[in-house]
Design a protein around this ligand. Structure first.
Ligand SMILES: C[S@@+](CC[C@H](N)C(=O)[O-])C[C@H]1O[C@@H](n2cnc3c(N)ncnc32)[C@H](O)[C@@H]1O
Length: 317
């Protein structure tokens, strides 16, 4: 079984990447329109306001933005935290301007525990002056983490939730049944128990999500070569809570196309892009693959399987 037929595509500067680039439909600044007329995928820079204007031309203003920017500062090798935050401010401002008057904004962000948790506090302070209002600070628990015997294992992913205006919020439920009874309260003269009063037999996710499996190679949704894929279930939860069918949802950091696919599955329109043509192409291919096969990823293969089939066979044998 081929588990990871690809290297990490962002770091690979060799033959594989060169070959993939020749298979990409988009170059920097270009846009792909979904032949089914629903979504838009681009290859561009989140910090480029001109590109953002171009990709949103004629699009209904988004009701929701879900962003997962690179927060490993190694990506920005020579950047200081301040430079990173200035870069963030540019795409946050662009996003604020283009969103609907009542919209939600979610952003995943890491915190480096060896460097005073940067860039999380600096990012939060920048957001305080952005026009968005803070609503929640969510933590999603990963199954795998990193750590030593001398520290708590790092298994958390931070997700910040902000709003512009007063967007909708649809309460969500997990698959976890409520097991605790009690919390008696009198309603219309009857003493009721919490199970009787509840809207669902399952618990709400709250702001600590422990019920979402981190993507790994054995899962159908896995996209080999993508090093930072978010689980579909997490993005779907955000979309269901903070948008309605037919709404536009945007993501400036497409990568494996998780937001696009979750929009396809929940009848939203997605406008998304990535600075890297390879990830823009993977995003388009993931949608096409889903429409053709009903599969959400490439468990034991990869998005360029057909073109690279021969080369791959040579490598494996
Ligand atoms: C953490 S990943 C996003 C993962 C995504 N949520 C998913 O589930 O697949 C960040 C992505 O941002 C892209 N990126 C980095 N700098 C960018 C920029 N200036 N503009 C747009 N995309 C950028 C990277 O190429 C990478 O694919």
């Amino acid at each position: 079984m081929i588990n990871t037929p690809f290297p990490r595509l962002d770091l690979d500067s060799g033959a594989v990447r060169k070959q993939l680039l020749s298979l990409c439909r988009l170059e920097r600044g270009q846009i792909w329109q979904d032949p089914e007329g629903r979504h838009v995928v681009g290859c561009g820079d989140a910090g480029d306001a001109g590109f953002i204007k171009k990709i949103f031309k004629g699009v209904k203003p988004p009701a929701l933005a879900v962003f997962d920017p690179p927060y490993n500062l190694a990506v920005f090798e020579r950047q200081t935290v301040n430079e990173y935050i200035e870069w963030c401010r540019r795409w946050v401002d662009s996003c604020y301007r283009l969103l609907n008057d009542n919209a939600a904004f979610y952003v995943w962000l890491g915190a480096d525990q060896k460097e005073h948790f940067q860039p999380l506090p600096q990012f939060m302070m920048m957001m305080a002056a952005s026009g968005f209002k803070a609503r929640s600070f969510i933590t999603m628990r990963n199954q795998r983490g990193y750590g030593t015997q001398k520290n708590w294992m790092a298994i958390r992913q931070e997700l910040l939730y902000y709003v512009k205006g007063e967007p909708i919020f649809n309460v969500q439920y997990t698959d976890i049944p409520k097991i605790l009874r009690g919390y008696y309260k009198e309603v219309n003269g009857h003493v009721t128990e919490n199970m009787e009063r509840s809207h669902s037999p399952n618990i709400r996710p709250g702001n600590v999500w422990v019920d979402i499996q981190q993507v790994f190679y054995r899962m159908e949704e896995n996209v080999n070569g993508c090093y930072a894929q978010k689980p579909l279930k997490a993005i779907e939860r955000i979309i269901m809570a903070s948008s309605s069918e037919g709404d536009t949802v945007t993501d400036f950091f497409a990568h494996s196309g998780t937001t696009l696919l979750a929009c396809e599955q929940t009848n939203r329109k997605c406008v998304t892009f990535d600075i890297d043509p390879v990830f823009a192409e993977i995003t388009i291919r993931r949608l096409e693959h889903y429409r053709m096969t009903g599969k959400t990823g490439w468990q034991n293969s990869h998005p360029f399987e057909q073109e690279l089939e021969k080369k791959e066979a040579d490598t494996v044998t």
